[in-house]
Design a binder for this molecule. Structure first.
Ligand SMILES: Nc1nc2c(ncn2[C@@H]2O[C@H](COP(=O)(O)OP(=O)(O)OP(=O)(O)O)[C@@H](O)[C@H]2O)c(=O)[nH]1
Ligand SMILES: [Mg+2]
Length: 148
């Protein structure tokens, strides 16, 4: 309990939404992240992962940051409009693309929309020489998930 308490006090916490089309392996990325990064928790084995109903969550530690990962159900076309509202409510988005060629144009629409927000922000924080922790943790995290 004392270790947990210290961890909670020392770490900056961020809420990261995992978005992507249905069947894009969002839950797999979440469960693999838990196994890879959470010292006291092992993610579900791949054979136990079924279609998400509602919400999957998990916490992982990346450097000095603690990420609360939220995998939402519903990557289907009719629910994608919710992403535009949801993404503004988290600190960041982990967008998973595991799509077939037929759905590629559907899969890239949202990252193109997001980059119109984040690229100007990134350029602005570079120009002001600010260290933006949300952006600094993203690349090492993505590389580590990919390699695990
Ligand atoms: N070919 C292949 N399939 C994979 C891989 N990883 C996971 N899958 C399969 O992809 C399917 C979808 O994975 P999920 O993680 O459930 O995807 P999701 O985006 O959470 O899907 P929903 O919640 O149903 O929308 C499952 O049948 C997985 O077993 C992989 O590396 N290669
Ligand atoms: Mg899922």
């Amino acid at each position: 309990m004392s270790d947990l308490y210290k961890d909670m006090l020392l770490k900056d916490q961020y809420c990261i939404l995992i978005l992507g089309l249905d069947n894009a392996v969002r839950t797999t990325v979440l469960e693999r992240s838990k196994t890879r990064f959470h010292k006291n928790s092992k993610g579900r084995s791949l054979s136990k992962i079924t279609t998400t109903v509602g919400l999957n969550t998990g916490t992982v530690d990346v450097g000095k940051a603690r990420l609360l990962l939220c995998g939402l159900a519903g990557g289907q076309e009719e629910l994608q409009s919710l992403w535009y509202k949801d993404q503004a409510e988290g600190h960041g988005v982990l967008y998973v693309m595991g799509s077939t060629e037929e759905r590629l144009s559907e899969a890239v629409a949202f990252p193109i929309f997001l980059s119109s927000f984040y690229i100007p922000l990134l350029l602005k924080s570079w120009a002001a020489q600010e260290k933006n922790p949300e952006m600094l943790i993203s690349l090492p995290y993505l590389l580590s998930v990919r390699n695990s």
